[in-house]
Design a binder for this molecule. Structure first.
Ligand code: G3I
Length: 367
């Protein structure tokens, strides 16, 4: 594709040494730059077993990624496959990796309408307010309890809103109304007091969107009820052609900052209409740079997580026909131009920050 085999091998061997996204993010004032990952053997990885060694070297490189999230392993489907029977094998794979490589762990996701265990869906017609509340409580107590002390943050409720900003008519909502959101946050707060508790959603990146307004209403609803919510996760599954500008992302981040302690970009990827070409790769670079710039400029933005980093392991092509190349490493492990684009943005803004700090210090010395 773009590199000869020998050059590619050299580039790949070098990549952990040149890894720098987390290091630069920290220099620019963020807590982390991370990448989500999945358990080997899951579908996206299956045809690529030969690439695991190179993949793992990049994933584990401390200066590249200072944080990780399990893309699937902590979801209800895997953690409570039978009522009251818990299995942490999939989640542990990523939690242990975070531990051994000293990365922050974002835990994902306690209550989500998708990837529910089949028994939860199967009982759809028979749930009552009491039985469903008890099932949610048991699930959160067991899962958040098992990982207590290891999660920097929990996505407590995921994607509770429809595109128009009203509550999604999920199984949880249909039985319990917004009470299920309160119950989830209340229970998570009891079980893991040290984890930052997040509401996480997609499509809430633009300041004037009805869905962003819906997320603001949801947060206020919790706060009015005296329930702790610490953060908002802007998933940021973006499209290269029509992505939000840095100014938009800053404005949205500031709106949320008025309500919560922290904001994060939790599932960043930027998909392209295939095939890739110089134009769509340049648009993609702009989008990634906009996110980096916004996270640095929004004081409460703690970090950025890519939703995996290697194109063959991305969820995008399975869901959006004809789209792909959403991450930072192509199948041959060469990097997208967006990687260098982000490096430049980090360096530029870290430099500006340093200058500001120096000025502040000088002013303080002068009195
Ligand atoms: O677990 C089975 C495996 O046993 C089987 O061999 C394989 C063969 O088809 O399928 C595996 O299940 C897949 C699962 O990922 C694990 O790889 C599902 O088919 C597939 O639909 C599922 O997709 C996940 C998707 O959530 C489900 O909606 C993606 O990997 C995951 O990246 C994606 O993540 C979500 C976030 O949690 C929330 N925000 C949106 C984001 C993207 O959809």
């Amino acid at each position: 594709m773009r590199l000869s085999t020998s050059l590619l091998t050299a580039a790949t061997l070098l990549s952990p040494a040149t890894a720098q996204l987390d290091k630069l993010a920290k220099q620019a004032g963020l807590k982390y730059f991370g990448a989500a990952t999945d358990t080997p053997g899951q579908r996206e990885r299956a045809p690529y077993a030969a690439s695991y060694t190179q993949y793992d070297a990049i994933l584990k490189s401390p200066d590249e990624f200072g944080q990780t999230t399990p893309t699937n392993g902590m979801k209800w489907l895997f953690t409570e496959p039978q009522p009251g029977l818990f299995n942490f094998t999939e989640g542990d794979y990523v939690a242990d990796l975070a531990g051994t490589t000293r990365k922050l762990l974002r835990c994902h996701a306690l209550v989500w309408h998708n990837q529910l265990a089949p028994w939860v869906d199967a009982a759809n017609a028979t749930w009552t307010k009491e039985t469903l509340s008890a099932a949610i409580t048991r699930h959160i107590r067991a899962v958040a309890g098992y990982y207590r002390g290891r999660c920097y943050a929990w996505d407590v409720v995921n994607e509770a809103l429809d595109e128009d900003g009203t509550y999604r008519k999920s199984l949880f909502y249909n039985v319990l109304g917004e009470e299920y959101i309160k119950l989830a946050f209340r229970t998570a707060a009891e079980v893991d007091p040290g984890a930052a508790l997040y509401y996480n959603d997609y499509g809430i990146e633009r300041p004037a969107s009805v869905k962003t307004a819906g997320a603001i209403r949801l947060i206020k609803m919790l706060k009015d009820a005296g329930i702790r919510i610490d953060g908002v996760g802007l998933q940021a599954h973006l499209h290269a052609d029509v992505h939000p500008s840095e100014a938009d992302l800053v404005a949205t981040g500031q709106q949320f900052s008025e309500l919560v302690r922290e904001v994060a970009f939790t599932e960043l990827d930027v998909r392209i209409e295939m095939p890739v070409n110089d134009t769509n790769l340049a648009w993609q670079t702009d989008a990634y740079q906009a996110v980096v710039g916004a996270c640095i400029k929004v004081k409460k933005c703690v970090g950025i997580t890519l939703w995996d980093f290697y194109d063959p392991f991305s969820w995008v092509p399975d869901v959006f026909a004809g789209q792909g190349a959403a991450l930072l490493w192509f199948a041959d492990f060469s990097k997208h131009p967006a990687y260098d684009g982000m490096v430049q943005t980090f360096k530029k803004l870290a430099g500006e920050r340093k200058k500001k700090d120096c000025k502040k210090k000088r002013r303080a010395i002068r009195g």
